[in-house]
Structure formats: structure tokens, C-alpha cells
Write a protein that binds this ligand. Sequence first.
Ligand code: A2P
Length: 257
Amino acid sequence: MSAFYREKVLAVRHWTDTLFSFRATRDSGFRFQNGQFAMIGLEVDGRPLLRAYSMASANHEEELEFFSIKVADGPLTSKLQKIREGDTILVGRKATGTLVTDNLLPGNRLLLLSTGTGLAPFASLIKDPDVYERFESIVLVHGCRQVSELAYGEELVARLRDDDLFGPLLSEKLLYYPTVTREPFRNRGRITDLITSDQLFDDLHQGPLDIETDRIMMCGSPAMLEDLKQLLETRGFAEGANHRPGHFVIEKAFVER
Ligand code: A2P
């Protein structure tokens, strides 16, 4: 048995010069938990070329969705960004990752903190009814340099708000906070600064960070993760892992150099 499923690309959408998303068929045998990632890629010169990608689709969905950067000279994304409907992608059979709710201690408020394509695992998690059962409120923060980079997340949240099943759950529990660092926007600043200054919580009319009630998942650039981890550890928050739940969990967003 091959280590990969061969899936058909169903749709590709280009959001900016550096961001695109695509949907693909899903083998009925491919199981994952919302928030996990798998190795995804292409066959190049007869060999698999793969990188870790979080599923942006939820595990109840029939199709798979991924959200990716484009790097002109990136070994995989320089090719992956050219895929079209009908092309074949490879999907590793085994999904894994730490951004799953079982890795968090029970809490009331779930903070999903992301930059760039680090939004992808949270796109999956905010489509998981179990997440809404476990937490009283969910705060989805997406930080980008430019407003145009927010589009995938904005459209996703808007679509879910219109959905028969998720609309009521979102209006009751989900707070969405996009923020931009390099041009004007209604919310501005780095996630780290927005937490340290309490600006994030003030803007959302919520209480400040509280170790008793807050649980956190983060996914983004290595520098952002390192700074956030330090910020949380200084306040006594402990990192969780598989089979060792904690106050927060971390995953690097896919980076291609
Ligand atoms: P900034 O514009 O101030 O660098 P990138 O595209 O470099 O991955 O950045 C995505 C977003 O993450 C940007 O808004 C960027 O802000 C922000 N960012 C980069 N480094 C950090 C960090 N160490 N802590 C918090 N946010 C960061």
C-alpha cells in the first residue's frame, strides 16, 4: 500500500500574489482530528515532494481544503501554486499534530491565535461542533501584514455565519478579530502587543487574559510563536502536548524558504 492517497484537485482560488487555497477529493479512509496536519504535495520527477499542511476543512466534510503560501523559488509551492482542477496531489495517509482540543485542559474561553497561513488549522476547528460544546466563547485572531491577506479568513467566517448549523453557534460564541500591521485597518498591531496591552480584550469587550479560564492554540511564524510562548509562560501558562494537556498548544505554520 502506498504511503499516499492520490487525490484530484477540485478547485483552486488565488487570494493574493502570495496566498492561495485549494480543494481536493478525500479518500474515505483518510481520518483526522480537526486542527491536525498531514504531508501534502506533488509527484515531481517520479518522486513525492511533500510538506506539512494543516487541513483547513473539517473532518465531517467530504472534501479536503488547504490554505497555502506561494514562494517563487520554493521547491514545493513554486509548483503547487500552478495546480488546476483535475490535477493530482499526494496526501499522506497519517494525520498528526498538537492543535487538538484534547491537548488542552478544560476552560471557558478558547483563544485561536494565528498569523498568515497559520489560520488553516483554525479554519477546521471553527467548523467543529465539539469546540463550541467545550468552550463558552472562542476568539479567532488572525494577524497579517496587509488587509488583502485577511480575505480567506473573512470569507470563511462570513460563510459560516450564513450557515444553518453554524450561524447560531457563531453568533453566540465566536469572536473574530483580524488585525493588520503594515497598513491602515480597523484593528492594528501584532498579536503579542494586542494581548500585552489588553487592547484585544478591550476591543472585544472581554475580560483580560486569565489562566483559570483561558485556553490557547497558536499557529504562525516561528518568531510569533516564540514570543507568544514566552509571554504565556511568564504568566504561568503551561504548554500541552499529546497525552499531556496544558493551558496552550503550538504548531508552526508551514514555511517554505
Ligand atoms: P509585522 O508586520 O510587525 O512583522 P509574516 O508575514 O512575517 O509571517 O508576518 C505575519 C504577521 O505576523 C505580521 O502582521 C507580522 O507583523 C506578525 N509578526 C511577525 N513576527 C511577530 C512576532 N514575533 N510576534 C507577533 N507578531 C509577529
